[in-house]
Design a protein around this ligand. Structure first.
Ligand code: SF4
Ligand code: F3S
Length: 107
């Protein structure tokens, strides 16, 4: 069961998660990261690293955010791998906790 990046990552994109992934299965878009479900080995290491608590096991994705399961699979095919942490957006803290950020997702 792969892990999934969900709504609160959008515009927060702290990237702490990528540093701990042993199989480099995070992929980066302009303002969001996704996990390739075919590469994720379910090691659990990334989940506690996210300051925005945006990562969940597939079975524990919060109600109403199930569409992120498919979105992670789809976008991971198009976006490049990111394996090294980078600076978060300067306004990341302001976006942490804002609800329903899908409309801000840049592809
Ligand atoms: Fe990578 Fe492990 Fe997180 Fe899967 S659970 S994305 S393998 S760190
Ligand atoms: Fe996003 Fe959290 Fe990683 S905000 S980039 S899932 S550390």
């Amino acid at each position: 069961m792969p892990f999934v990046v969900t709504d609160n990552c959008i515009k927060c994109k702290y990237t702490d998660c990528v540093e701990v992934c042993p199989v480099d299965c995070f992929h980066e878009g302009p303002n969001f990261l996704v996990i390739d479900p075919d590469e994720c080995i379910d090691c659990t290491l990334c989940e506690p690293e996210c300051p925005a608590q945006a990562i969940f096991p597939e079975d524990d994705v919060p109600a109403g955010q199930e569409h992120y399961i498919k979105l992670n699979a789809e976008l991971s095919r198009d976006w490049p791998v990111i394996a090294v942490r980078k600076e978060a957006p300067p306004d990341a803290a302001e976006w942490d906790g804002v609800k329903d950020k899908l409309k801000y997702l840049e592809k």
